[in-house]
Design a protein around this ligand. Sequence first.
Ligand code: PLP
Length: 465
Amino acid sequence: MHVAGSIHADVLSRAPGWLAVPSDVNDLLPQLWSRNVAKNADGVLTVAGLTVTEIAAQVGTPVYVVDEADLRARARDFANAFAGWDVFYAGKSFLCTGVARWVSEEGLGVDVCSGGELTVALRAGVDPRRIGLHGNNKSDAEIEQALDAGVGRIIADSFDELGRIVRLVTARGRDECPRIMVRVSTGVEAHTHEYIATAHEDQKFGFSIASGQALEALQWVQAAPELELIGIHSHIGSQIFDAEGFAVAARRTLRLHAELAARTGVEMPEMDLGGGFGIAYTSTDTPATPAELADAMSRIVENECAALDIAVPHLSIEPGRAISGPSAFALYTVGTVKQLHLDGDAVRTYVAVDGGMSDNIRTALYAAEYSATLASRRSDAGPAISRVVGKHCEGGDILVRDEFLPADIAPGDLIAVPASGAYSRSMASNYNHVPRPPVIGVLDGQIQTLLRRETLEDILRLDVG
Ligand SMILES: Cc1ncc(COP(=O)(O)O)c(C=O)c1O
């Protein structure tokens, strides 16, 4: 930990233990930013040849800024590292026509979990055979949409849904036999640096392996002439850094795969091991590279298949956040700054920006940690422990709980929050009738609008009363 100069302890003392005091508060931690982001000599953040001051002048704030070359490179890195596997981009992390097109141009399929996401993927020209439809409560309309499109896989989540698919296929009377994966719950739940390998059956997704329901569902699908069983699907959680969770889940799913083969003599051709690969939101996060993940996961599966004496099925994964998350930052304008004197000598600076929990709910929803930097100028001030908050009428409207920002931060400054490409715009709301920010792509100094800024008129159009 570097302690900068002669700063007074009272502006530092409320920093959490994990947050290092920066030696220069203007510095970027490269691992938090997309590869074409830097600061210029004036301390202004730049992305792919554009300064954030130019971006703010052209499109306003708040805005999500996607580094297109970086996102494409992350997709490509997964495709290359997992050569021989199928990589499906998890659209729930962030989906728009442009991004769906980019990832499919880089060789990925797209995993969708609603009729809306399916519509976007199809609109982008993604090959339907490279689309998987998820969802624990798919409607008739969504299933029919998937059947009409001819998606490559429907990931079934319940007996009710399986019955529904069979009923719809039968009623349609066409020559179709949808390819089905059975989503299982392995009893492994992994989040960030922790995983729990037992007793996590108490959640809504999939068929439980431990209870025998997963085996029953596989046999049910195998026996249904209207359906083609292609394999097991397992997704164990999010923001995972520890390969051990995947290892335990893979072992359990492969054992189930082998058990079905032993009972029926048929080895299913495929298996999906889900997504959830962690990214860096703060200095404490140390994500694995796609190559390291591919290495570890291949070894786990090959060893287990050898031990079970079964062929290695054709494998797939579904990374979302690891592709879209680090490629984008959110850009805000500071509106107000307050120094809050806490108990003792402690001071915390509250920096309120022109967005908030409506454009990033993750901090409020599950105490996610983020980082931030002063993006529009260099500062000579020392670091002050700060909290970046939004403009909503809610005490929990926090974007970045703890960060060192320059002590002279002031209204009109721009602040950038890295790793904002996943589960930010995709989970955005209109709380307080605040329109949702636009998403722009930047490539070679050019801006491409991916999603335009929502207007109050857009919102009011729904208000027919
Ligand atoms: C089934 C499934 N696949 C993939 C993902 C993507 O996870 P991540 O964006 O963390 O990679 C999710 C996320 O919830 C999921 O539920």
